[in-house]
Design a binder for this molecule. Structure first.
Ligand SMILES: Cc1cn([C@H]2C[C@H](O)[C@@H](COP(=O)(O)OP(=O)(O)O[C@H]3O[C@H](C)C(=O)[C@H](O)[C@H]3O)O2)c(=O)[nH]c1=O
Length: 186
């Protein structure tokens, strides 16, 4: 079964079957049939790709309704610590953070439902991250939570004294002061 549940409802680890041989490997990085077999029906509409160097943190970001995004995240090269925070107000894991190492080597993917803030740190020299989204980018609906919120206590596994973040990522509020939350649909 290519999907592994986490303690966070709807947050799944996806590990497609990898076909290795003396040339290298092949795998279907996404196949709608595999998701539909598990009753996971997502209409992805946008693919994103970002390259970052060691010590970068991007996040923790979300988009507000009606532009909330489900994301399927994987790493094309290098390694990241992928982090999500459950912002679904009635979820049993509301306010909790989850982290996982995603890498070109482990070929793991993370399926992040709508209602989570998402970010990642780069723990290799460089990392290229690719993710599918089921809603379009909408700058005006962007929001975020502080990557260094002490209550979230995310272990980014990089030295944070000289972390590389964008200007907007250095001014997002802590979760406690974040005025946004989302519906939880079980
Ligand atoms: C996200 C996005 C950005 N852009 C433009 C806007 C900026 O001119 C430039 C860089 O955007 P930003 O600094 O917001 O990129 P990230 O910091 O990687 O943002 C992402 O970081 C975390 C990890 C996420 O999960 C989100 O997908 C997204 O918020 O790309 C676009 O044109 N389309 C897009 O979908």
């Amino acid at each position: 079964m290519p999907f592994t549940k986490t303690q966070f409802p709807g947050l799944l680890i996806f590990e497609p079957k990898v076909f290795g041989d003396n040339r290298g490997y092949f795998f279907e990085s996404y196949n709608q049939k595999v998701f539909l077999e598990e009753k996971i029906e997502i209409d992805f509409v946008q693919d994103n790709q970002a390259s970052s160097t060691f010590g970068v943190i991007r996040g923790l970001h979300y988009q507000l309704e009606p532009y909330t995004q489900t994301k399927l995240i994987r790493v094309l090269s290098g390694s990241i610590i992928d982090a999500v925070v459950d912002l679904r107000k009635n979820s049993p894991t509301y306010g909790k953070a989850y982290t996982i190492e995603l890498s070109a080597e482990n070929k793991k993917q993370l399926l992040v439902p709508r209602g989570f803030a998402h970010g990642y740190s780069v723990i290799s020299e460089t990392a290229e991250v690719f993710y599918k989204c089921d809603a379009f980018y909408n700058k005006e609906s962007e929001g975020g939570v502080a990557w260094n919120d002490p209550l979230l206590n995310i272990d980014w596994r990089i030295p944070t004294e000289n972390v590389k973040v964008s200007e907007k990522d250095s001014i997002y509020p802590s979760l406690e002061n974040c005025k946004h939350n989302f519906e939880f649909n079980g």
